[in-house]
Design a protein around this ligand. Structure first.
Ligand SMILES: [Zn+2]
Length: 329
């Protein structure tokens, strides 16, 4: 099997299908617009970091793995093996970009490489190894790649330092963070210095889920990903808005992946609750959807473009929100 994700249509009946699916039409016909096409959502893997951290945490304890069926875990293992080269090889990645008509790709660590569930001293070290791996990947084709790093959020002070390092020294555009930190909400006061620094230096913060924290009912049918991932993004966005993070830091550039989960399709409910009840309103001075409209959302929702326009884009545009192109591995 060729390792490029676009070369696997013959796997149509396999356990993992990397070619077109009912909702994912992977065209090999480039669509060239008169503008630069940037793919904002694509991952790489840094094996050196995985090797370093292996003795220091238990991947099976992570909700994404814990709340899954034996079949899901078996397919995940096979998928990891299938995708290894696609996640490692920059030459292959450029070939994919050329075939898909993408000019620039912003690469970020595979979400399991946001190691928040390791002791602080190892969190700092492994984050640096991941970030240097991203920098090495980007440096192979700096005209085609830009980087997002990871920061050790289990240690907010170290996270601020690493954020400054990846933007100031490595030249990254920002960081990818998970949608909760070992179950703690991103709106928790301990993370405010991180939001303040991101706002101060203009760093993009990409929100990416890695399963749902309380997913006992999501074990079958890969629901840990199908429902759990967009649901965790949904919950994170609600907390960022209602917890006042965007009110306190209006300059933040937040990019929520997978179309922002379920919230952009159902934002009327938050405004209704805010308007109707003191417990929902809290101290938030503006309607919640006005903060949603300040964020960015990718288009990785596996809907055809026409459907996308009808649902999310129109809904977001009516709020003044913005969609940016994304794909994922
Ligand atoms: Zn992703």
């Amino acid at each position: 099997m060729a390792h490029s994700v676009i070369d696997t249509p013959t796997l149509g009946e396999a356990d993992n299908r990397y070619g077109p699916t009912a909702a994912r039409l992977v065209s090999t016909e480039p669509i060239r617009l008169g503008t630069v096409t940037v793919d904002c959502h694509a991952h790489i893997f840094v094996p050196e970091a995985a090797k370093y951290i292996a003795p220091h945490y238990d991947p099976a304890a992570r909700p994404f793995v814990k709340y899954s069926s034996p079949q899901t875990r078996a397919i995940n293992l096979k998928q990891d093996a299938d995708r290894t080269l696609a996640l490692l090889d920059p030459r292959d990645r450029v070939r994919v970009l050329d075939a898909q008509g993408i000019d620039i790709q912003i690469v970020s660590p595979a979400p399991p490489q946001c190691y928040y569930d390791v002791p602080k001293e190892h969190g700092r070290t492994v984050s640096r190894i991941v970030n240097e791996g991203v920098a090495t990947f980007v440096a192979t084709h700096p005209e085609r790649f830009a980087g997002l790093g990871t920061i050790p959020l289990q240690d907010p002070a170290a996270a601020v330092s690493e954020l400054e390092f990846v933007v100031g020294t490595l030249g990254f555009r920002g960081v990818e963070i998970l949608t909760n930190v070992n179950g703690t909400e991103l709106s928790s006061a301990e993370f405010d210095p991180v939001w303040a620094k991101a706002s101060e230096i203009g760093a993009v913060v990409m929100l990416h889920p890695l399963g749902f924290t309380e997913a006992r009912r999501f074990e079958d049918y890969y629901f840990t990903n199908v429902i759990g991932n967009p649901l965790d993004t949904t919950v994170a966005l609600h907390h960022l808005i209602f917890g006042g993070v965007l009110e306190r830091h209006p300059g933040l550039k937040i990019l929520a992946v997978h179309g922002g989960g379920f919230l952009p399709a159902y934002s009327g409910r938050i405004d209704h609750a805010w308007g109707a009840r003191a417990d929902a309103r809290g101290s938030l001075p503006e309607p919640p959807s006005s903060y949603l409209a300040k964020m960015y959302f990718d288009t990785t929702v596996f809907e055809e473009q026409e459907e996308l326009k009808k649902t999310r884009a129109d809904s977001l545009h009516s709020l003044g929100g913005r969609l940016v192109k994304g794909q994922t591995l």
